[in-house]
Design a protein around this ligand. Sequence first.
Ligand code: HEC
Length: 146
Amino acid sequence: MRRLGRIAGAFSLLAMMGAGAAEAPQGAVAERRAGEHRAGEIMRDLRLDVLAGRDVVPLAEKAQLVADWAGRLPALFPPGGDQGETNALPAVWSDRAGFAAKARALDEQARLLVAAARAGDRAAFAAAYLSTAGACAGCHLFFRQH
Ligand code: HEC
C-alpha cells in the first residue's frame, strides 16, 4: 500500500509538472472525497445492521476499514489541498493540530467499534457506533462547510 501511495504520488507529481499546478490538489480532493463517501456508505450499512439487531461479529472488518481510514485522514488533506472545489474549511490547514485531534478521536472510537464487534457484544457495538458517528460529526462541525 505504501509503495502504491508513492507511485500515485509520482503520478500526481508528473501531472503537476505536465498539466499545471492545479491538477495535483484536484486529485487530492477527489481521493479524499471518495474515501469520505465510502466511510459514509459503511456507516449507513452498519446503522442498518445495528437497527436490525444483527450479529456484530461479521461487522469487525467494516469497522476496521473506518479505523484504518481515520489513521490516514490527515494525509488526505495535504498542503495545497485547499485549492479547487472543496467543502473543506480553511481551518483544516490553519489548525492542523485540531484537525489531527478530530481524526484521532474517530480512530479511537472506531477501534472501540472493532473491539465490540470482535467480542460479539451488540450493546457495546451500538454504543460505539453512536460515538463513532459522533466523531464524524465532531470533525465536520468545525472543518467542513455545510
Ligand atoms: C478529521 C475530520 C473528519 C472526520 C473525522 C470525518 N470527516 Fe468526513 N469530511 C471532512 C471534510 C473536511 C470533508 C470535506 C472534503 C472536501 O470536500 O474536500 C468531509 C466530507 C465528507 C463527506 C462528503 C464527501 C463528498 O463526496 O463530498 C462524507 C459523506 C463524509 N465526510 C462522511 C464521513 C464519515 C461517515 C465519517 C466518520 C466515519 C467522517 N466523514 C469523518 C472531515 C472529516
